[in-house]
Design a protein. Structure first.
Length: 135
């Protein structure tokens, strides 16, 4: 059985938009579906995916993107106190964008690899954040 990953917005957007790395994201999604499990995404990152997909791909509306994403083996993780505290620390200490801070916080709290296309996480990788870069 493969490991559960935390998806950063950039990984899911690469898949939805057919960008470099989309094939790797597609494979982990296919594997998860075959194995009957789900990868994870923080609700802040999910919202970023919806917004960017509508804006950049020109989907008709957010509901259309929601329907597409809801079909994927990805479970939405709501933010709460502990996750928000960890994310705020990453934003303050590392200057990450808010959504990136939530992705890093979720991966750190769950001790799970973070799948991303974003190089902004490299400094955290040196401190133990498990990264799975798609490009």
């Amino acid at each position: 059985m493969s490991e559960t990953l935390v998806l950063d917005s950039s990984a899911l957007l690469a898949y939805l938009q057919g960008e470099d790395g989309a094939d790797e994201v597609e494979q982990i999604l296919l594997d998860a579906r075959t194995e009957g499990r789900q990868h994870l995404i923080a609700s802040v990152n999910w919202a970023e995916v919806l917004y960017a997909a509508v804006r950049e791909v020109r989907y008709e509306d957010v509901a259309q993107v929601v329907a597409l994403v809801d079909e994927l083996p990805v479970r939405l993780v709501d933010v709460g106190r502990e996750l928000s505290i960890k994310a705020a620390g990453f934003k303050c200490d590392r200057g990450l964008g808010l959504a990136d801070a939530y992705a890093a916080a979720l991966a750190t709290l769950l001790d799970a690899p973070l799948m991303t296309a974003d190089a902004d996480f490299e400094a955290l990788a040196a401190e133990g954040l498990q990264l799975r870069r798609i490009r």
